[in-house]
Design a protein around this ligand. Structure first.
Ligand code: DGL
Length: 289
């Protein structure tokens, strides 16, 4: 029996063009960019809110969950899946690409260190990310490949993604979390910052004015969406542009529907732009978890 059968039998998970996976609301930043590129896209979004935050979870814990979620999309014929989470991408991307080979094309998310390094005029850049991303091999590898000629500081920001996930972004809370990071940036004269967590997209406007005016921020949501769209366009299929259906993003949650909806509303109230979402399944159960 296919893993997705129980969900399929309810008729709730079908016809998804691109699947997106994150620990919570962060990947909605990628969904929003995809909807800007192609409003007719039918997007499926798995938010593993039961295990949020991913930032402090082990690779051993994240790989099987990512395999399971990608399988769910794969079994209903979705050919492109975005791991819209830097932490999960760092932990599982190479495993997933081998495991699914070409049956599902996987798009990962990594801190945009390359454009940040290219932009810097003084060679002092920073990546702000979760502890998992900061300590993972992928970031060191990224630095080696694309930013070997700059001084790059990898700054862990524990608690910052949680702040977004609660939808609560009071100035006091942000100041407490951001203050030490701003200090480090000033101390090392950093002029270019790569945001290494999809949740931080929703903080951009709120946090950028806390930093010196010459600091430029790079967010990966748009380039990741473009890459996913590129892969989707390579797949032979009926033209979805003819559909003219402005579907909301179909959301599948492992945790509470109420708190997810509350977070989305709070983020919208605070000025963040999110796509329309429709929670399709209150509880997505992860076997053996
Ligand atoms: N959205 C995840 C990322 O991009 C981080 C949030 C979490 O810690 O779960 O890394």
């Amino acid at each position: 029996m296919k893993i997705a059968d129980s969900i399929l039998s309810t008729g709730k998970l079908t016809g998804i063009d691109i699947g997106i996976i994150d620990s919570g609301v962060g990947g909605l930043s990628v969904a929003q960019e995809l909807k800007i590129l192609e409003p007719n896209l039918r997007l499926g979004y798995i938010a593993d809110t039961a295990l949020f935050p991913y930032g402090d979870k082990s690779v051993e814990m994240l790989i099987p969950r990512m395999r399971y979620f990608v399988s769910l999309f794969g079994e209903i014929g979705t050919r492109v899946v975005v791991i819209a989470c830097n932490t999960a991408s760092s932990a599982s991307l190479s495993d997933l690409r081998v495991h699914f080979n070409d049956s599902v094309r996987i798009v990962g998310m990594e801190p945009p260190l390359k454009p940040a390094a290219q932009y810097s005029s003084n060679g002092s850049v920073a990546v702000i990310a979760t502890s998992g991303t900061v300590s993972g091999d992928s970031l060191a590898d990224l630095k080696e490949r694309f930013a070997s000629d700059v001084a790059a500081r990898f700054i862990a920001a524990p608690g910052l993604a949680d702040c977004v996930e609660r939808g609560q972004m009071t100035d006091t809370e942000i100041d407490t979390l951001i203050g030490p990071i701003v200090q480090e940036i000033i101390e090392h004269d950093v002029d270019s910052v790569a945001l290494g967590c999809s949740h931080y997209s929703f903080l951009m406007r709120r946090i950028s004015n806390k930093f010196p005016a010459n600091v430029k921020f790079f967010d990966a949501a748009r380039p990741v969406a473009r890459r996913a769209m590129q892969l989707f366009d390579e797949i032979p299929k009926n033209d979805i542009r003819a559909l003219n259906q402005r579907n909301p993003v179909n959301v599948f949650l492992t945790g509470s529907e109420t708190s997810f909806k509350e977070t989305v509303s709070k983020l919208e109230e605070s000025g963040c732009v999110l796509p329309d979402v429709k929670v399709k399944l209150e509880k997505l159960v992860v076997p053996n978890a």
